[in-house]
Write a protein that binds this ligand. Structure first.
Ligand SMILES: [Zn+2]
Length: 178
C-alpha cells in the first residue's frame, strides 16, 4: 500500500463512513471512487479532463473551437474516410483569426478537396446547415465536382458568418434551429 501516514490518521467511521478532506466531513463509502482508500470523495476527485471540459463549456470561444475540431474529427473518420487528422485546435484558431471570425458553435470546417485529409491548406468554412448539406452531398455522390459546386454555395466569408459575435449568439435565421 502507498498510503501516507496522514491519510491513515483518520480511520473510517464505524458506521461505514470515510472522511473527505475536501468536504471536511464523513461520507458513506459509496461516495468514494476506486479501490484505493483515498480521502477525497468522487465529487472532489473528478478527473482533470472533466474539470478542463467544464471550464471549456463556460467559454463560448473555447467551446466553439472544440466543437469545430470535434466535427472535423467525426467527418474525417465517418464521412470522408481519412485515416489521419491533419488539423488541431490551434490550427483552427489561426484559421479563424486569419478570417477575422471567432470560433463558434455555429461554424464548421470541411475539406475543400474531399479526397484529401483536412489540413490547414485544405479547409473551407461553412455553417452548421452547410456542413449537413455537404456531408450528405458527399455521402450520396462521392463526386468531387458535385461536392465542390455545392461547397461554393455554402462557404462562409467573414461577412456572411452568422452567430459568431457574442451579441449575435442566437441566429435569427429560422433554418439555423433545424
Ligand atoms: Zn468531498
Amino acid at each position: 500500500m502507498t498510503q501516507t501516514s496522514h491519510q491513515r490518521s483518520i480511520p473510517d467511521h464505524p458506521s461505514g463512513c470515510r472522511w473527505c478532506k475536501k468536504c471536511e466531513k464523513f461520507l458513506s463509502l459509496d461516495r468514494f471512487p476506486g479501490r484505493k482508500r483515498r480521502h477525497e470523495c468522487r465529487m472532489h476527485r473528478k478527473p482533470k479532463i472533466m474539470i478542463e471540459r467544464q471550464k471549456m463549456f463556460k467559454d463560448p470561444s473555447r467551446l466553439g473551437l472544440w466543437r469545430m475540431w470535434h466535427y472535423i474529427y467525426l467527418d474525417s473518420k465517418t464521412v470522408f474516410g481519412h485515416e489521419k487528422l491533419g488539423i488541431f485546435q490551434e490550427h483552427i484558431k489561426k484559421i479563424c483569426l486569419k478570417n477575422s471570425i471567432k470560433p463558434s458553435v455555429e461554424l464548421r470546417i470541411l475539406p475543400t478537396d474531399p479526397r484529401s485529409p483536412i489540413t490547414e491548406d485544405n479547409i473551407s468554412l461553412v455553417d452548421r446547415i452547410g456542413r449537413m448539406v455537404l456531408t450528405n452531398t458527399w455521402k450520396l455522390t462521392k463526386n468531387t465536382e458535385t461536392y465542390q459546386t455545392v461547397l461554393k454555395q455554402q462557404v462562409c466569408h467573414n461577412s456572411s458568418v452568422k452567430g459568431t459575435s457574442p451579441e449575435n449568439e442566437v441566429s435569427t435565421n429560422p433554418q439555423a434551429n433545424t
